[in-house]
Design a protein around this ligand. Structure first.
Ligand code: NAD
Ligand code: MG
Length: 386
């Protein structure tokens, strides 16, 4: 099986290489392209260990460093956005799409157009350009396998011949590190506090998005694109143990859930072996040790991200791209110490109000909305800092 891994140097990318190794390594998998951005030493080491044909950094300034790190290995080196997109569309059977943020949209779309099976970890493809992205997959006759743990869980328990009987899609949320914090305390939260996820070990941005529940908001939009249907409810329930990764409710009152340790390798392995379940060395659940599973309703006052995502789903069009663009700008400002934790949601809300929900007619329209949302967010953020 020929595969490529976009975003190999990240948290999901590294777990993907581990799963590839567990499932047979070079005996079963031919790695075509691996890509990264800044961490060139890691990218080169991963390219060598996986036997990739080409390693690409999206950062053009890093070409010389990558080239010299790969000298004598026979692995091709390339750099820049175009090289990244070209590598993404090299013909393979399976592509892991694990670039973080809107930067992942174009390369993943190019991979989708090649007809490869797309294992989708990157959320922004669906959040910002859901209809365009799914149309590209359908047109190329490819398959989309969700890797985000909640969507992978739903995909696992969604009975494909019982479509008519699906009543509810229930996303679980850990509630993040601020689940029990007051609004006042959240207002003064530091980057380190926000990045400390209680259950999952992930990249910095998604960890902070988990603290604000913007991650869950993006996942609601993602879920609507993947599993939404008229009359079908989309719900979020806080479940601090993160053992149930999500659920599907049926018209006979049954609820099917997928459970497991908080380890992305289960979702990655499922996507890599689909439709057969692989043998994976991940921690098994010990129910006696777990002893209990808790649930609570999410609090939209302390976590407005959920309400904003609901609004974006109802409005449709480019509102997902607008929410995400404004959120990324606000998140970068928070990480840089230019705004408070709760300011992120208020900035996103203002930008969404200002821009409304124009139709998502093309990829250019998505990028334009993303840039405008970031620009408007920057204005609000500058006012906050003044
Ligand atoms: P990460 O920050 O650890 O890694 C991101 C990868 O993207 C790295 O390889 C990095 O080099 C690359 N990258 C960064 N900026 C880039 C740019 N401008 N152009 C091209 N490549 C760039 O992130 P992660 O935690 O591995 O998450 C990857 C994606 O998967 C995200 O969209 C995230 O929301 C999603 N996801 C992650 C998890 C998780 O457990 N980590 C779970 C579910 C979904
Ligand atoms: Mg998730």
């Amino acid at each position: 099986m020929r595969i490529s891994i976009l975003g190999v140097t990240g948290s999901i990318g590294g777990s993907t290489l581990d799963v590839v190794e567990q499932l047979g390594g070079r005996e079963r998998f031919d790695v075509e392209a691996v890509t990264g951005h800044g961490n060139i030493a890691r990218l080169a080491a991963q390219a060598v260990s996986s036997g990739a044909k080409i390693a690409v950094t999206s950062n053009p300034d890093c070409y010389a460093e990558l080239k010299s790190a790969l000298a004598g290995t026979g692995i091709e080196a390339a750099a820049g956005r175009e090289a990244l997109c070209d590598a993404a569309e090299r013909p393979v059977d399976w592509v892991m799409a694990a670039i973080v943020g809107i930067a992942g949209l174009e390369p993943t779309l190019r991979a989708a157009r090649s007809g490869a099976t797309i294992a989708l970890a990157n959320k922004e493809c669906l959040v910002s350009a859901g209809s365009l992205f799914q149309a590209a997959i359908a047109q190329a006759g490819g398959t989309l396998l969700p890797v985000d743990s909640e969507h992978n869980a739903i995909f696992q328990v969604l009975e494909r011949d019982q479509d008519h009987a699906v009543e509810r899609i229930i996303l679980t949320a850990s509630g993040g590190p601020f689940r029990t914090w007051t609004r006042e305390r959240m207002a003064g939260a530091s980057v380190a506090e926000a990045a400390g996820h209680p259950r999952w070990s992930m990249g910095q941005k998604i960890s902070i998005d988990s603290a604000s529940l913007f991650n869950k908001g993006l996942e609601m939009i993602e879920a609507e694109h993947l599993f939404g249907a008229p009359g079908r409810a989309l719900e979020v329930v806080v479940h601090p143990q993160s053992v149930i990764h999500s659920m599907v409710g049926y018209s006979d009152g049954s609820v099917l859930a997928q459970l497991g340790s908080p380890d992305m390798r289960t979702a990655i392995g499922y996507a890599l072996s689909f439709p057969r379940r692989p043998n994976l060395d991940v921690e098994r659940l010990d129910f006696a040790k777990l002893s209990r599973l808790d649930f609570e309703a999410p609090d939209e006052t302390r976590f407005p991200a959920l309400r904003l995502a609901g609004q974006a789903i109802a409005a449709g069009g480019l509102s997902g791209a607008i929410l995400n663009g404004a959120k990324e700008a606000a998140l970068e400002a928070f990480i840089a110490g230019r705004c408070g934790f709760l300011d992120m949601a208020s900035v996103v809300e203002r930008v969404m109000e200002e821009m409304g929900a124009p139709p998502a007619t093309s990829l250019d329209a998505v990028f334009a909305a993303d840039i405008e949302a970031r620009g408007r967010a920057a204005i609000h953020l500058a006012r906050l800092a003044a």
